[in-house]
Design a protein around this ligand. Structure first.
Ligand SMILES: Cc1cc2nc3c(=O)[nH]c(=O)nc-3n(C[C@H](O)[C@H](O)[C@H](O)COP(=O)(O)OP(=O)(O)OC[C@H]3O[C@@H](n4cnc5c(N)ncnc54)[C@H](O)[C@@H]3O)c2cc1C
Ligand code: FES
Length: 260
């Protein structure tokens, strides 16, 4: 983990209240693995005090020096501040942090719920470059909130679900899962906890390796504050240090007992 000042190269609102920020910090871009994140200081001084966790969305390895991107929704004070950064501004980052996705197959199914697409695009990019077959199920409330298809890496198989049916299949990303799990050896997902809870009860993925990127409120991002602990079948784990990527079957959802 390093503390780095990254220079903003561009910062644009690619969807309503969703920003794509490209920055230059070769130390982060060259060391990271898909699924890892950075803790971003989102203020000039120490207000807000806590850094905000954001996944590394993608890197541009051919650029010199190498660049990386963050994709983020404007939620509150911190992300609003970040959305206002302009070309040439510096942002203070800690990272890369956490464990990456662990790929052991050549047929990957990725499931993205909304902004959960953020860490999955670089995973897709890396695996396509290695010759793997990658299918992405992209879910969003409406067509206007869908990650733009032209920004996805070429060669990816894309399936879309929107809750109002304005694009793709009407429904949730998880509704499409059963049709495509047969072709995949491993499933990788990022989205809200509610999406994972649905997935954990889907019989089509039973017996498959399903890795999910968990969200938690984070104080430090590197195992000191213990604020991001979750219950797993191996005991309490820290999302920042043991994750954020976990096997879906290892997570104990609220209201369930360890022996379930
Ligand atoms: C490992 C990890 C990676 C993440 N990657 C991304 C990403 O790539 N893109 C992205 O848009 N978001 C990502 N998030 C979520 C992001 O960290 C929060 O949206 C952000 O911290 C909100 O900060 P804020 O100051 O704008 O909002 P705040 O003012 O801090 O909070 C506003 C609201 O957002 C909720 N909130 C704040 N932090 C979180 C959180 N960590 N998880 C869930 N709800 C939260 C609060 O409960 C509150 O209701 C990630 C979270 C984790 C743990
Ligand atoms: S965020 Fe502090 S221990 Fe995980």
């Amino acid at each position: 983990m390093k503390q780095i000042l990254a220079t903003v190269l561009s910062n644009s609102e690619i969807l309503p209240d969703i920003h794509l920020l490209w920055a230059q910090a070769p130390e982060i871009a060259s060391e990271y693995r898909p699924g890892q994140f950075v803790m971003v200081r989102t203020g000039e001084d120490h207000d807000p005090l806590l850094r905000r966790p954001l996944a590394i969305h993608r890197v541009s390895p051919l650029a010199s020096p190498i660049q990386f991107a963050l994709l983020f929704s404007i939620i509150g004070r911190g992300t609003k501040w970040l959305a206002q950064r302009k070309e040439g501004d510096e942002i203070d980052l800690l990272g890369p942090l956490g464990h990456s996705f662990r790929v052991q197959s050549r047929h990957l199914l990725l499931v993205a719920g909304g902004i959960g697409v953020a860490p999955l695009v670089s995973l897709a990019e890396n695996e396509l470059a290695r010759g793997a077959h990658v299918t992405l199920i992209l879910g969003a409330p409406t067509q206007d909130q869908l990650y733009p298809a032209h920004l996805l890496p070429p060669g990816i198989d894309l399936l879309v679900a929107t809750e109002d049916g304005s694009a793709g299949k009407k429904g949730m990303a998880t509704d499409l899962l059963a049709n495509f799990t047969g072709k995949a050896d491993q499933v990788f997902a990022c989205g809200p906890v509610a999406m994972y809870e649905v997935m954990s009860s889907q019989t089509s993925i039973k017996g498959k390796s399903v890795q999910v990127s968990m969200e938690a409120r984070m104080g430090c991002g590197f195992g000191v504050c213990l604020g991001c602990a979750i219950k797993t079948r191996q005991g309490m784990k820290l999302v920042c240090q043991d994750g954020p990527v976990f096997e879906l079957e290892d997570i104990i959802w609220r209201g369930k007992k360890g022996s379930d």
